[in-house]
Ligand binder design. Structure first.
Ligand code: 13P
Ligand code: SF4
Length: 328
């Protein structure tokens, strides 16, 4: 059932979401890229690894996942007994779209001596075809545990893969996917911004292309960037990732200035994730009211995908909360 937002006129959505959260024994998980109104309603806000762990550990009956579909699917894989709902099922990801499972399976077949180290931003089918999943906060810890002689396919994010490859001085076969949001930052505009704010450090997500990462003082996952923002000395930080994360920075450190890195037009609008933006308070309310749209995964596929996620959780233990790929 899909109700029209117009039918909701007059409802206090925040109040209704709070009421339904209690009635449903639901937990609201939100990624840092969600809009501030969603973040402010969440029980827990985190990066991909932290949200996966939270989903696996919750006592709630229902998980309202405010993020994108691969994140909600990860929650369902790890917590199959829970009802997992996503405000908008169309909340996808350009990295997932860039890696169709059939093509990935063929690529794996063509390289039988390689293991597949795969970024969590992919479909459940691709997870099922992978050996170990990584997030940006766990990738380094995990890569460091893989013997030097082991050949690796890294997908679907060629920028994260390239960053790791350069940092570890380790060749990997890179799948050619990109995040359309991080791809949109402009080096020219970033250099102009740096010139306007001399001395302001740049914190960047490793989904950014090398021409942005090369100007960064810190490279890390969303929670790593947030931790850096809490600790840096100075009064202004340039943030090269999806700008909604700045909400948590402003709440935690209100006396400092955080500036989103610009896109090609010199503004930030092109750096807002269009998939995350599909989730709204209206859709959160409807999802809790109707317990729909629900994430359902066929059991055989879920169990196969869980293997590579379990491997990640095992190999990443100790990295949670640090969100850290480290300073460059
Ligand atoms: P992290 O939150 O793990 O840094 O990942 C960012 C991301 O790709 C969200 O889409
Ligand atoms: Fe995917 Fe990029 Fe959006 Fe993250 S920010 S969900 S990687 S499109």
């Amino acid at each position: 059932m899909t109700a029209q937002p117009a039918n909701l006129t007059g409802l206090d959505l925040r109040e209704e979401i709070q009421r339904l959260r209690g009635e449903r024994n639901a937990i609201i998980l939100a990624h840092y890229y969600q809009s501030p109104d969603i973040q402010d309603l969440a029980d827990y806000i985190g990066d991909s690894l932290e949200l996966s762990k939270k989903a696996a550990a919750t006592d709630a009956d229902v998980i309202l996942f405010c993020g994108v579909k691969f994140m909600a699917e990860t929650a369902k894989i790890l917590a199959p007994g829970k009802t997992v709902i996503l405000p908008d099922l169309n909340a996808g990801c350009s990295l997932e779209d860039a890696c169709p499972p059939e093509k990935f399976a063929q690529f794996r077949k063509a390289h039988p001596d390689h293991i597949a180290l795969t970024y969590i931003n992919c479909s459940t089918e691709v997870k099922a075809l992978s050996d170990v999943i990584v997030t940006s906060s766990s990738a380094e810890t995990i890569l460091a545990q893989i013997p030097e002689t082991q050949k690796i396919i890294f997908g679907p994010d060629r920028h994260l893969g390239g960053y790791l490859s350069r940092k570890f001085n380790r060749e990997m076969l890179l799948w050619p996917g990109v995040c359309i949001v991080h791809e949109a930052f402009s080096e020219t505009e970033l250099l102009k911004l740096k010139a306007q704010h001399p001395g302001a450090p740049v914190a960047a997500h490793p989904e950014c292309p090398p021409h942005i990462v090369d100007h960064a003082d810190y490279v890390g996952s969303t929670s790593g960037i947030l931790n850096y923002a809490k600790a840096f000395e100075g009064d202004t930080l340039i943030v090269a990732t999806e700008p909604h994360i700045i909400h948590q920075m402003q709440l935690a450190i209100p006396d400092k200035t955080f500036i989103g890195a610009p896109g090609a037009d010199g503004q930030c609008s092109c750096n807002i994730c269009p998939y995350m933006a599909l989730n709204t308070l209206e859709k959160m309310y409807l999802a809790l009211r109707d317990l729909s749209p629900r994430i359902e995964i066929e059991e055989g596929l879920r169990l196969q995908a869980k293997k590579s996620l379990d491997k990640m959780l095992e190999m990443a233990s100790g990295t949670v909360g640090q969100g850290d790929l480290g300073s460059r």
